[in-house]
Design a protein around this ligand. Sequence first.
Ligand code: C2E
Ligand code: MG
Ligand code: MG
Length: 270
Amino acid sequence: TGATIYSPERDINDRRRLELVVELGQAIAEGRLTVDYQPQIDSHRRTLTSVEALVRWTSRRYGVVGPDEFVPLAECSGLIGQLTEFVLMRAASDVAALHRAGYEIGVAVNLSTRNLLDGELGATVENVLQTSGLPASALTLEITEGTLMREPERNAVILATLRDRGVRVSIDDFGTGYSSLAYLKHLPAQELKIDRAFIKGLEHDSGDRAIVAAVVGLAHDLGLEVVAEGVESASLLEVVTELGCDLVQGYHLGRPMPIETIRSLLAARA
Ligand code: C2E
Ligand code: MG
Ligand code: MG
C-alpha cells in the first residue's frame, strides 16, 4: 500500500511470530524438527499400506507449536524450501529403512505452494530418492487443492515431471479449494483426499453423503484412488468403506506417531 503511519494493531508480525521465525530457522538448521507418521489403512483389507509424514516442532521458548502455525511462517520467511527438504529426507530414509526390514509401505509428504514455485523441487526429490534408496513409487507428494488451483497450468507441468519420475501425486483437502471438477481430468494426480469437513458429518448429513458418493464415483472414473481424511469412529469407517473410499486415515485408525511405533505395528501384523 505504499507509505502509511505505523500502528501496532495492524502489525501482524507480533513478538511471538518474529521470535518463532528466528527460532524456527535455527531449529531447521540444527535438525531439531521431528516427523510423526499417521497410518493410512486399506479400507477393504484393513491393513496399513502407507503413512502420512507430519512435521512436529517444540519451540524452546513457546513449547509445542502446531504445523498450522509454523508452516505458514516458514512459507513467508524463506524457510519452506529447507523445511520441506528436511521432512522429505527424514520421511524417505525412515520408510526406506522399513523397506529394508521387509515392510514395503508408502509414505506421503506435504508440499507447500512455494515448493512448486521455487523450481528446485525436482532436483530435491531426485536427491532424496537417490540418497535414501526409497523407490519413487513408494513416495506420494500431497498438494492441497487450493495450492494447485492458484497456478493450475504451471503446477500441472511440474507435477507431470514428478509423475514421469514415478512419484505419486495426491490432491489434499479436496473440496475446500473450489476447483472446477472438469479440471480434475487434466491433473497428473493418482490420488484424491476428501477433506475432513465432508467426512465428519457423513452419518447424519445426507448432503455430505451425496457429495462424497459423487466425488468417489468421479475420482474412480478418472482413475484416481480416494482417501477419506478424519475418520474418527468405527461407524464412520463403515460409512466411508461402503461409499467406496480406498484408503482411510483418522484418529480412529491411529494418531500421528513416531516411526518406531509404526514399525511395531507392522511387526505385530507380521
Ligand atoms: P493435512 O495434510 O491435511 O494433515 C492432516 C491433519 O489432520 C494433521 O494435522 C492430522 O494430525 C490431522 N488429523 C488426522 N486425523 C484426524 C482426525 O481423525 N480428526 C482430526 N480432527 N484431525 C485429524 P497436523 O499434523 O496438525 O497438520 C496440519 C496441517 O499442517 C496438515 O494438514 C498440512 O497441511 C500441514 N503440514 C503438516 N506437516 C507438514 C509438512 O511437513 N509440510 C507442509 N508443507 N505442511 C505440513
Ligand atoms: Mg496432507
Ligand atoms: Mg488434508
